[in-house]
Ligand binder design. Sequence first.
Ligand SMILES: [Zn+2]
Length: 248
Amino acid sequence: MKNKVLNALFYLLFLSFFYAFSQLYYNRNTIQNLELIIGESSNIQATWVGSKEVYRNIPILILAGHADSQGMAGAGTPGEAVHKFGLNPMHPDMSDELFWNLKLQESIVQLGKKKGLNIKLYDPGIRNIDDANDPRTNWSVGRKFAKHGGYAIEIHFDAYGRYGVGSGLIPPYFETPNTIDESIARKFGRFPILYRGGLGAPRRQIRILEIGKLEGLLEKNLRNLKTRKRTINFLANEIVQAFLNGIT
Ligand SMILES: [Zn+2]
């Protein structure tokens, strides 16, 4: 009898170890593959090619989408976990999209600096600015930055399921796409220049990067504390690498 219990215990122990290792292995593998983690990219027809060269030390500004528009219509997607499965939001005062946009923004700039890019971020801090043309909004600061020859880009996660389109870059409206745009589009996909009639940001010469739909594996890996940091770092690294490829 005692032996049977011991046997069962060993068996359980073995199973749990096996499970832990297989999970570790599984996560490691899935986070190494960009397409697998960000899911589908936009399949809307886009024909632009970014070939205009940029100068080596071009200033780069990273903006977090919806950082100044919480509590209103443009707050960003709540994501599949919250909206479809009823899980708690990551933060009580912001959409899950903004929560991840801010995390990724910081990570991109940190890593970009390490790799020698002339890169910084802007965060309005105030989460609810009604007038898009207020000088403190993402768009006003980004517009000014682009006007002075900088590369301003706002990062987003797209809505889940049929509410979203997928990953891709929306180039600026009045400017020829450049080699950084091309490099990012090759990794993440591309949207047409006139996407939805020219959105607010591209009309101000601010690029929009949709990382991927906030759903499935991507969202699970972000929410899981064991894989969160690795997932953010992985995405940041892909984006920084795209910058480096586009500049040299
Ligand atoms: Zn967004």
